[in-house]
Design a protein around this ligand. Structure first.
Ligand code: EPU
Length: 421
């Protein structure tokens, strides 16, 4: 049997939704907590499958994980043991790679399987490994496992060829206990990086410049426990804003940091979406006419690649021609094939998609080929005539906290079923 999500489209949405803590911060904050020597309390944890997988990895390392409430974890690494991470759980998500930086930083040794995650085309981790090597580690790869060891980690100057989110965070974690100063140049500037640096600094680390393209880390000898609240998820917020632009009479999206969404909000304004942005929320009103726009994904503060997929579903409803160009993951277009099944007029080129609209969408059987493709299918399902059946729904559950419950409260007809394989 397999679980599917079904959506009966065409029902207008109305009401308020509150955004959960950021997935891509959470999946780094949990591994970062093991660098401490005492309990770390994190609140604002989203209810996503990636958190369950990371908690399972913590337990493999004898780290105590106490679930105080559904969004509140205490991670206590006081009795932690550094073991080989060769369990299959590691391959369930991309972010297990943050245990590389965290365990190398704390113990000078890590052995783990290759991390998994969404297939978006090739996703190398060469920059992470180059960073570890620059700090004095030796990296080897054998039978699907990485072994990274260092007698001593010493701060160094590291220039990233690409401003990689994962490499920036991983090197920060590996460097917190290193001797002397580490400088990461051409660092990624995503808000999630600032959140991780904030947690580490609360623990006693000395990280400066997170959120700019030069980060310095001065090594310390001891990190203690602390309390931390996760920033709101800008991609979940963006997804709900897109959903509102597609199908809401009136929707308030609460618990957002509007600056994190500037690139999306500016594109939606160009499309003719009616919105009111306030300090921590945005209100979207029904728009009678949407115009097509061109979008190119870029590292933060540019247009997020993770929002390109749900936006493409909305663009099928905009008048004229839109062009979506990917510069981060040039193969991240599987959602377009699914949208075509529903009747969308999309032409795929190398690294971009041309969408002509508006086109009516028909409820169909589609696949969440990856997490944000799943979000695009939800947007399309809400818009479509008839019932859409989304398969591989586990991809959606990896990254969206109770998306169906939140949509149901807004008036969507959305439910889950088990069907034969
Ligand atoms: N890259 C390399 N070598 C590396 C690392 C990255 O060539 O060692 C390339 C990648 O192939 C890609 C670009 O650099 O072309 C940027 O990748 P980055 O490392 O920034 O991505 P990531 O850390 O693997 C995170 C998010 C992704 C999000 C990207 C881009 C997490 C766990 N994942 O991935 O989120 O798309 O940044 O913003 O934080 C998602 O949430 O659906 C998702 C895929």
């Amino acid at each position: 049997m397999q679980e599917v999500m079904k959506i009966e489209g065409g029902h207008m949405l109305e009401g308020e939704v509150t955004i959960s803590g950021a997935k891509n911060a959470t999946v780094a904050l949990i591994p970062a907590a093991v660098l401490s020597n005492g309990p770390v309390t994190i609140v604002g944890i989203p209810q996503i499958a990636d958190v369950d997988s990371l908690s399972a990895i913590l337990r493999l390392l004898d780290v105590e994980v106490i679930e105080v409430a559904s969004d509140h974890l205490i991670i206590d690494p006081s009795h932690m043991v550094n073991k080989d991470l060769d369990d299959d759980i590691v391959t369930k998500l991309r972010a297990s790679y943050y245990f590389m930086g965290a365990l190398l930083g704390k113990y000078g040794r890590v052995r783990m399987k290759m991390p998994g995650g969404c297939y978006l085309g090739p996703r190398p981790i060469d920059l992470h490994l180059k960073g570890f090597e620059a700090l004095g580690a030796k990296v080897s790869y054998e039978k699907g496992c990485y072994t990274i060891v260092a007698d001593k980690l010493v701060g160094n100057k590291i220039f990233l060829d690409i401003a990689s989110v994962g490499a920036t965070i991983n090197i920060m974690m590996a460097a917190v206990y290193a001797e002397g100063r580490t400088t990461i140049e051409n660092a990624a500037k995503e808000p999630e990086i600032i959140d991780v640096a904030t947690l580490l600094n609360k623990m006693g680390a000395r990280i400066r410049g997170a959120g700019t393209n030069v980060i310095t880390i001065d090594g310390v000898r001891y990190l203690n426990g602390c309390f931390h609240e996760i920033i709101p998820d800008r991609i979940e917020a963006g997804t709900f804003i897109i959903i509102a632009a597609a199908m809401a009479k009136h929707m308030v999206i609460n618990n957002i940091i509007p600056q994190h969404l500037d690139a999306l909000l500016s594109k939606l304004k160009d499309m003719g979406v009616k919105m009111k942005v306030e300090i921590d929320k945005v209100t979207i009103e029904q728009s009678d006419h949407l115009r097509g726009v061109d979008v190119t994904t870029k590292p933060y503060p540019g247009f997020a690649t993770d929002l390109q997929q749900p936006l493409t579903a909305l663009l099928t409803q905009a008048a004229g021609e839109s062009k979506v160009t990917e510069t981060i993951y040039i193969e991240r277009f599987k959602h377009c094939l699914e949208l075509q099944k529903m009747g969308a007029d999309i032409e795929l080129l190398n690294g971009s998609a041309i969408i002509k609209g508006p086109t009516a969408l028909d409820g169909s059987r589609v696949y969440a080929t990856d997490l944000r493709c799943g979000a695009a299918m939800v947007v399309a399902g809400l818009l479509a005539d008839g019932v859409t059946e989304i398969r591989n729904v586990y991809h959606i559950d990896r990254g969206y906290s109770e998306i169906d419950k939140k949509l149901e409260k807004l008036g969507a007809k959305i439910w889950r079923e088990y069907i034969p394989d």
